[in-house]
Design a protein around this ligand. Structure first.
Ligand SMILES: Cc1cc2nc3c(=O)[nH]c(=O)nc-3n(C[C@H](O)[C@H](O)[C@H](O)COP(=O)(O)OP(=O)(O)OC[C@H]3O[C@@H](n4cnc5c(N)ncnc54)[C@H](O)[C@@H]3O)c2cc1C
Ligand SMILES: *[C@@H]1O[C@H](CO)[C@@H](O)[C@H](O)[C@H]1NC(C)=O
Ligand SMILES: *[C@@H]1O[C@H](CO)[C@@H](O)[C@H](O)[C@H]1NC(C)=O
Ligand SMILES: *[C@@H]1O[C@H](CO)[C@@H](O)[C@H](O)[C@H]1NC(C)=O
Ligand SMILES: *[C@@H]1O[C@H](CO)[C@@H](O)[C@H](O)[C@H]1NC(C)=O
Length: 536
């Protein structure tokens, strides 16, 4: 409790808008829970979109319960540094930063891009091909490795499609890439840097830790369905302007249905309804609830479920993986790096993933004259940076920059900041990833409702997990499906001709593929091994 409180104060303190923490809600009778029809747990893009879908279906009796003092969730920004022209701080994005996959003329458009256009969000094309390569001795052109990777990826992706269509066994992305001809040697650190940039930079996890089939499918679904264009958001109102804008289409200012600063600690669910208990002692009863917490929150013990979630649900929650993606921002008094290139890839001689990609914002199309540079680390190196002081991290980065630009006299940064995503009690990481060797059925279990408690968010999207569009579609679908169930109707999900009515399918048991009889001496399996564990 004490820790939660401190952490929430820290989270609040880092917000642009000052807030009073844990203000008790409007007067309510002691011991009586506030009643609503649909309780929406979390005010990120999934929660806000679910509420909008309910409104659109004429369900207006809902309550949104949100931990923080603002909506937007992982679309989260803060002030940073100083604009040399205005003297005011810049806005930088701690979380989501790109609109990924925009859409082709005539083709379907990414709903996030639709909203970006609706709110005139300032974005610029992020050109991943505009990357210069470095090692510990400075600039070194190893860009041919980027092409080698891309050629192999095309083959691996085709194979992944075959595996999916023919219901064959999944592989790790690493084995898929090796079979396709990309197998970076352990000590070839330039190839390792390329491998990191092409895979971990998006997925947080290594190719060994990622599914070939669902990794490639996810990539295809965003880049083929929409487009392979990604735009980087530099809007000084923040990326979550689109979420706040949509919320304002159905919530009045100070709408009593929005409960900020509300930390949910327990969710009781049954076939009759859901009761939510909050840290401040308040509670809400609802006919239905939609839980939009991140996979990291579900994996933690932050929230208690009563009864405990069924084993099939817990297994799915623990099976999928939550990654951490950390942007470390620096402002300098000058731009000492090349001003015509968006990305700088660094191959460290000792460690794969050691401050590997720097990104310049000090360009006319981004934040001109800002002298802002940021470097991204993921997972192990994110967690390491979270454990150590800002000062230690800063000095490690300065060492790298001095290696990359040996001819420059590099000044200390005038501003420095990075978020600690895995320790935020409302996020516990950045976004989810699909591990190797699983099935769509396992994901259906992650997505399925348990009685009247529904789940939605980035991680429950089988097609767009990890992206804002995943959370948007999942929020919309949960809202629509609950409205339909309440109104005794079936709905037509967007992409399929199938009707969905009522509960989502789940599997109590997921079977393996090898018959038990195959575990025999003929296959080198010592029959006794079963007896050992059962009868000794
Ligand atoms: C560093 C980073 C970079 C990213 N980059 C991109 C990108 O470039 N492009 C892209 O499309 N996506 C990106 N994403 C992913 C994107 O941000 C998410 O997919 C999306 O924001 C998830 O929305 P959501 O509604 O599912 O979850 P969330 O935004 O996490 O919403 C859940 C809400 O629940 C609240 N909550 C949690 N616990 C409790 C509790 N106990 N009580 C009450 N409320 C609680 C949280 O405060 C939060 O507001 C990035 C994410 C991160 C972190
Ligand atoms: C709700 O309806 C509006 C107006 O038609 C539409 O723009 C919006 O996308 C809908 N929201 C959802 C979540 O379906
Ligand atoms: C990046 O793009 C700019 C502008 O088109 C170009 O001048 C520069 O050479 C490019 N850099 C790399 C590494 O591709
Ligand atoms: C991805 O798209 C490519 C090109 O259309 C296709 O060859 C491949 O099989 C697809 N992969 C998956 C996993 O769906
Ligand atoms: C930036 O600061 C360094 C010293 O920290 C100084 O030598 C340099 O001249 C400064 N650059 C500019 C453009 O002011």
């Amino acid at each position: 409790m004490h820790l939660h409180h401190l952490a929430s104060l820290a989270a609040l303190a880092s917000q642009a808008v000052p807030a009073t923490a844990h203000v008790p809600h409007q007067s309510r009778d002691e011991g009586t829970c506030k009643k609503t029809t649909v309780a929406i747990l979390g005010g990120g893009i999934a929660g806000i979109t679910a509420a909008q879908a309910l409104s659109n279906a004429s369900v207006h009796d809902f309550a949104i319960l949100e931990y923080r003092d603002t909506i937007g969730g992982r679309a989260w920004h803060r002030p940073f540094g100083k604009n040399p022209h205005t003297g005011k701080p810049y806005t930088i994005e701690m979380g989501a930063n790109w609109v990924q996959g925009l859409g082709n003329p005539g083709g379907p458009q990414n709903p996030i891009w639709t909203l970006a256009q609706k709110y005139h969000l300032k974005t610029h094309y992020s050109n991943y091909d505009n990357v210069s390569t470095y090692n510990e001795d400075g600039y070194k052109d190893y860009s041919h490795l980027l092409t080698e990777y891309d050629d192999a990826y095309e083959i691996a992706n085709m194979k992944a499609g075959e595996i999916l269509r023919n219901n064959l066994q999944d592989q790790t992305a690493q084995s898929g890439m090796a079979l396709a001809g990309w197998s970076p040697k352990k000590h070839d650190m330039e190839a390792q840097a390329v491998d990191w940039w092409k895979w971990d930079f998006e997925d947080n996890f290594t190719p060994l830790e990622s599914s070939l089939v669902f990794g490639c499918a996810g990539d295809n679904l965003t880049s083929n369905t929409f487009s392979d264009h990604d735009n980087f958001v530099v809007d000084q109102r923040g990326f979550n302007t689109i979420i706040k804008g949509e919320a304002a289409t159905f919530l009045k200012p100070n709408d009593p249905r929005l409960h900020l600063n509300t930390q949910i600690t327990e969710i009781s669910y049954s076939n009759d309804g859901v009761t939510i208990h909050n840290e401040d002692g308040s509670c809400v009863t609802a006919a239905y609830a939609i839980c939009t917490f991140s996979l990291g929150v579900l994996q933690s013990d932050e929230v208690k479920f009563t009864p405990a979630l069924p084993e099939w649900k817990q297994t799915a929650i623990q099976k999928f993986t939550m990654g951490t993606y950390t942007k470390i921002f620096m402002q300098f008094n000058e731009t000492f790096w090349p001003t015509n290139t968006q990305y700088f890839l660094y191959a460290d001689p000792g460690l794969r993933g050691w401050y590997p990609v720097f990104q310049s914002l000090s360009m006319p199309e981004f934040l001109p004259d800002s002298n802002i540079l940021f470097v991204t680390v993921t997972n192990e190196f994110s967690w390491r940076a979270e454990r150590q002081s800002d000062e230690k991290t800063k000095q490690e980065i300065m060492d790298v920059l001095r290696k990359m630009f040996p001819e420059k006299d590099i000044p200390e940064p005038t501003a420095f900041h990075y978020p600690r995503w895995s320790t935020e009690p409302w996020a516990h990481g950045s976004y989810s990833n699909w591990p190797p060797a699983t099935t769509l059925e396992m994901h259906e279990n992650l997505r399925a409702n348990t009685d009247r408690l529904w789940f939605a968010g980035e991680a429950t999207s089988p097609t767009y997990f990890g992206f804002l569009q995943g959370a948007w579609f999942e929020g919309r679908d949960a809202g629509r499906q609950i409205a339909a169930a309440m109104q005794d109707q079936c709905i037509h999900p967007n992409s399929a001709k199938l009707k969905e009515c009522g509960s989502r399918r789940h599997y109590e048991v997921l079977h393996g593929t090898s018959p038990f009889a195959d575990y025999s001496a003929v296959n080198g399996w010592t029959a006794n091994s079963f007896l050992d564990s059962n009868s000794d």
